[in-house]
Ligand binder design. Structure first.
Ligand code: G16
Length: 536
């Protein structure tokens, strides 16, 4: 095989965001755009002279992943990779299953061709997540090194193989991840108890949103646990997800949300495009992701995998403090990290935590280094099966014991980027401590910074946090996963111990907090009277 060196020029827009490089599909289709990024990742990975032997390539099935696969294989082999493990013959697999394959086959890392929960297709988004040899997303320092490479790249390597199909090269091996992934999860949870829960007549719905989780859901919930096949909705993967915005929240997964609010089943759930996020729904009851994390921590002893207990838990800073309250009662360490699953990896690697999660509909644990939607769903099924309680009873008991952390995330998607940057800069630099807004006084405003307690890696500008004298915590940051303009996210939380108030609708309960947020950030003054595009 002849190795070619192809001249190229840097692109100025290849800085990865919260979860890899994400762009509109049309941007990725520009000549050399993909090639530059892949070669830059390899350059960053081999900068210290290390060879890459085994590399995993998988994806959530979105267009044009399948068309990109031969190009990526050729670049990897031309750069000396001995074995390319392609996950799934049909090249569709959930991100957590791919993370497991990287770890199981002791690969040097991998590429996951996914833009996660973003819509797909020619008018949607595409992305590449770069995975390390622990099966987790690139660390902050590696991401910075990769970005530096994208700025100076002048050529990439590929193979001249004429008409030979790159997928048939002797270096390429196919791995079916579904069995491995299902086996792994079956080894962790009490499948006998869950089987009995289904056999007892409980009803279930899972929405795969036409994306990557349908096959795994069928294998796990139907084949292994006895759910009915028709309970797995939108299971067949489509390369444009059938036009669905595969984000499991009440806004975008409204079909299953509405169905469950009408009392459609005992338990409902959904995963995002690449299967690492989840939404949990009871009969007429929606579980906030932050509450879900707290509940997993509370009930961990019911799960065989966690039988010997947790050492610690972690949450991202914008996630509500519900898990802190539960974990402190159990004597567990609690870590607060910046947004981005990559920040959990070192804590998991060092054994300081074994459970973690985020408000952005993701929970996970130390068996892999990605969040995992089906893991969270099985965890809930395990809790329901072992306690005999409903989803609503489980959540209400947690509130009764710990108080309720009223919490809401308001997102404004696709707003003007320079205005959003200006707003963040202005509030970051303002001296607001002690300042009064009506009856409310700001106790402390801080720009969130983090020093990784394991690696010492330091990051700053990870969002703005405000604490007030009436017990409110506000967090604001710009999304790192959007592709058009900017997405401003406000996260607000207020603790309530008065049980008589637990049933007040969240948005009503937090209404005055939102007026305070608007006054501090001057949001409507700068962006007009726009409604949030998602309230979760
Ligand atoms: C990615 C990261 C998550 C993070 C999320 C935040 O999720 O892996 O850890 O919470 O982004 O999204 P945003 O920056 O839009 O608020 P995913 O599922 O998109 O890979």
């Amino acid at each position: 095989m002849k190795i070619l060196s192809v001249d190229t020029k840097p692109f100025d827009n290849q800085k990865p965001g919260t979860g890899g490089l994400r762009k509109q599909t049309s941007v990725f289709l520009a000549p050399n755009f993909l090639e530059n990024f892949i070669q830059s990742a390899i350059n960053a990975r081999t900068a210290d002279g290390q060879m890459l032997n085994t590399w995993v390539v998988g994806g959530d099935g979105r267009y044009p992943g399948m068309q990109f696969l031969p190009k990526i294989i050729k670049i990897l082999v031309a750069n000396g990779v001995q074995k390319v493990l392609v996950v799934g013959r049909d090249f569709v697999a959930p991100t957590p299953a791919i993370s497991h394959i990287i770890r199981k086959y002791k690969a040097d890392g991998g590429f996951i061709l996914s833009a996660s929960h973003n819509p797909a297709g020619i008018n949607g988004d595409f992305g590449v997540k770069v995975e390390m040899d622990n099966g987790g997303q690139a660390t902050e320092s590696f991401t910075n090194a990769l970005y530096e490479q994208t700025k100076v790249i002048s050529s990439y390597k590929t193979l001249d193989i004429g008409d030979v199909d790159a997928l048939e090269l002797p270096n390429v091996e196919y791995v079916n991840p579904i069995k491995d992934y299902a086996d792994l999860l079956e080894s962790m949870f009490d499948f006998d108890a869950i089987r009995k829960w289904f056999a007892d007549g409980h009803t279930f719905r899972f929405d795969a949103m036409n994306a990557s989780t349908g096959a795994a859901a069928h294998e796990i919930f139907v084949n292994r646990l006895g759910a009915r096949p028709e309970w797995i909705l939108r299971a067949a993967p489509k390369d444009d997800f059938g036009g669905v915005h595969p984000e499991p929240n009440p806004t975008y997964a409204h079909e299953i949300y509405d169905f469950m609010m009408r009392g459609g089943a005992d338990f409902g759930c959904a995963c995002d495009g690449d299967g690492d996020r989840n939404m949990i729904l009871g009969n007429g009851f929606y579980v906030k992701p932050s509450d879900s994390l707290a509940i997993l921590a509370k009930y961990h002893k019911l799960v065989p995998y966690f039988q010997s207990g947790l050492r610690g838990v972690a949450r991202s800073a914008p996630t509500s403090s519900a898990v802190d309250a539960v974990a402190k009662k159990m004597g567990l360490d609690v870590y607060q990290t910046p947004t981005g699953w990559k920040f959990f990896a070192s804590l998991l690697d060092a054994g300081r935590i074994n459970l973690c999660g985020e408000e952005s509909f993701g929970q996970g644990a130390d068996y892999i280094r990605e969040k995992d939607g089906i893991f969270a769903i099985l965890f809930w099924l395990n809790i329901l099966a072992k306690t005999g309680k409903t989803v609503e009873e489980i959540v209400r008991e947690m509130w009764d014991e710990n108080g309720r952390f009223f919490y809401c995330q308001y997102s404004y998607e696709g707003v003007d980027k320079s205005a959003a940057d200006d707003m963040i800069r202005r509030v970051s630099n303002a001296n607001l401590d002690g300042r009064k807004y009506g009856d409310v006084t700001i106790l402390r405003k801080e720009v969130f910074e983090y020093t990784d307690p394991v690696t010492g890696e330091f990051v700053t500008n990870q969002g703005i946090q405000i604490l007030t004298d009436n017990g409110v915590r506000v967090f604001c940051r710009l999304s790192g996963t959007g592709t058009v303009g900017a997405t401003v996210r406000f996260y607000v939380e207020r603790f309530e111990s008065d049980k008589s108030k637990f049933d007040v609708p969240v948005t009503e309960y937090l209404q005055d907090v939102f007026q305070f947020v608007d006054a501090v950030f001057e949001f409507s003054k700068n962006f007009g009277d726009i409604r949030p595009s998602a309230i979760n």
